[in-house]
Design a protein around this ligand. Structure first.
Ligand SMILES: [Zn+2]
Ligand SMILES: [Zn+2]
Length: 473
């Protein structure tokens, strides 16, 4: 499997709140989904150039944006039995140090996509120890796993995701050690509530490999890994002020690889006999650079060049470009991909090289379930003293594909970072192992666990969640 950048490496602010401060509702009204064709760019996008989320206070967070939303109107949805809330909170408090240890252990053993063997073994052992029924190498994926717990008969099934992969050379620079322990914490806290209060239901924690490229969740969806779940939850860290969570969307993306095949020749003696694959790659790169001027502000094309046996006195007969295209929706990505493909085709034509284009699993944009978002926002504000904003992300995640399959929520939570030390930097890897980042992870974990228990217990809310899902996807 190839290595490629996948997720929260670039933050972008965009105004998308309505007067009530409803995150997803405003997104629905102003930014209709276009996954079945057509549509316009969302109105009035405002982009931030270099907000330093790591050190700004909340009022200086994004001076170009509207005031932060107020969620007090949703207090009533958190009408969960205080005794149940207490069980979740005590459960997480008692797990705090063991989850911290688990996080550091995974951080100390960074593994890239689909190589997460240490994390697979460590996390499955932890879940077994805590009374879950564990399936290793789930659905034939070597580093995927499933941990499940059932209480009583019937009831709803909550899914949770734990990512595990790191980045080549810079370790856990996307903080997936925190994503992993948050998933574990949510599953264990929900189990405690179901068990102690004899609430019928089931919790399934999926260990999902290959998020930084390769589309582990997309593969698990194809294999039926999400079929049993009624709804699904996960979280991800990014540079934002502490106690801040964003419920915006992300960009859809598609990885494209093009290989150019030419003909070697002596570069001095008979260069006219060669077909220069390196030239093809450079022309393709330049074509894409020219294309960028005509791209929409929320579109991205970026990539790298590779080659074998390149030396100056041989005309190179091979070159490979690995690119990623990103846009607001999966339909927009499809259009952008067509334009990028033309850049690649033109380079082959100009140099006389043959070329082969391959596409990897596409990542869909996040379609956050608005009702789940509302419930989570209430708990996060009331029980975690946190703020919830509508930040949009210029990055992508294969959890977007999950949000097209079933009602799902993916809050992005703030951890303290250094200036210029956002996701996919060495500095972020350091930030992802601080005690402060751990505290932030435990807060979002608490909010998600309470959300999970609430939705398992509340038929009316679940009906609303499903209706919201049907309308949007
Ligand atoms: Zn990432
Ligand atoms: Zn990530």
């Amino acid at each position: 499997m190839s290595q490629s950048a996948g997720c929260f490496d670039f933050l972008r602010g965009r105004r998308s709140l309505n007067k009530k401060g409803e995150v997803s509702a405003s997104a629905e009204s102003k930014q209709p989904l276009r996954h079945h064709g057509g549509g316009e760019v969302p109105a009035d996008p405002r982009f931030l150039s270099s907000c330093d989320f790591g050190i700004a206070d909340e009022n200086q967070l994004c001076p170009l944006l509207d005031p932060l939303p107020v969620y007090s109107q949703y207090d009533t949805v958190t009408a969960l039995d205080p005794v149940v809330i207490r069980t979740v909170e005590i459960g997480l408090d008692s797990l705090d140090r063991s989850l911290r240890k688990l996080s550091l252990t995974i951080h100390d053993h960074p593994e890239t996509q689909f190589e997460e063997r240490f994390a697979h073994d460590t996390l499955t052992a932890f879940m077994t120890l805590h009374g879950f029924e564990v399936t290793k190498h789930y659905l034939g994926l070597e580093t995927a796993w499933k941990a499940e717990f059932t209480q009583g008969k019937g009831g709803r099934v909550v899914g949770v995701n734990a990512e595990m992969d790191a980045l080549p050379g810079i370790g856990h620079a996307c903080g997936h050690n925190l994503v992993a322990i948050s998933g574990v914490g949510v599953a264990l806290a929900i189990k405690a509530a179901l068990q102690v209060h004899n609430i019928p239901g089931k919790v399934i924690l999926l260990g999902t490999p290959g998020e930084e490229g390769g589309g582990g969740k997309a593969i698990l969806i194809e294999l039926g890994g999400y079929k049993e779940m009624d709804f699904c939850l996960m979280s991800h860290p990014a540079p934002m002020p502490p106690r801040t969570v964003a419920l915006g969307t992300s960009l859809a993306k598609q990885d494209i690889t093009v290989k150019y095949l030419g003909h070697t020749a002596h570069a001095g003696l008979a260069p006219w006999e060669g077909k220069n694959a390196l030239d093809a790659a450079f022309l393709a790169y330049a074509n894409v650079s020219a294309l960028r001027q005509q791209m929409k502000p929320n579109q991205r094309v970026h990539g790298i060049m590779e080659g074998k046996n390149w030396v100056p006195n041989i005309i190179p007969d091979n070159a490979k470009l690995r690119f990623i295209t990103r846009a607001a929706t999966r339909d927009d990505v499809s259009e952008l991909r067509t334009r990028v493909r033309a850049c690649f085709d033109a380079a082959a034509l100009a140099t006389g090289c043959r070329h082969h284009i391959t596409l990897e699993h596409a990542y869909d944009e996040l379609v956050q379930n608005s009702v789940l978002g509302r419930i989570f926002a209430s708990f996060f504000r009331e029980r975690c003293e946190g703020n919830v904003i509508s930040q949009q992300f210029g990055a992508s995640t294969d959890f977007g594909n999950v949000t097209y399959e079933l009602p799902a929520l993916h809050p992005v939570f703030g951890i303290p970072t250094k200036p210029g030390g956002g996701n996919h930097t060495k500095q972020f890897a350091q930030s992802a192992r601080t005690e402060e980042a751990h505290e932030a992870t435990m807060l979002v974990t608490k909010g998600l666990a309470l959300t999970g228990v609430k939705v398992i217990m509340d038929d009316g809310l679940f009906k609303e969640i499903k209706e919201g899902f049907s309308k949007r996807v």
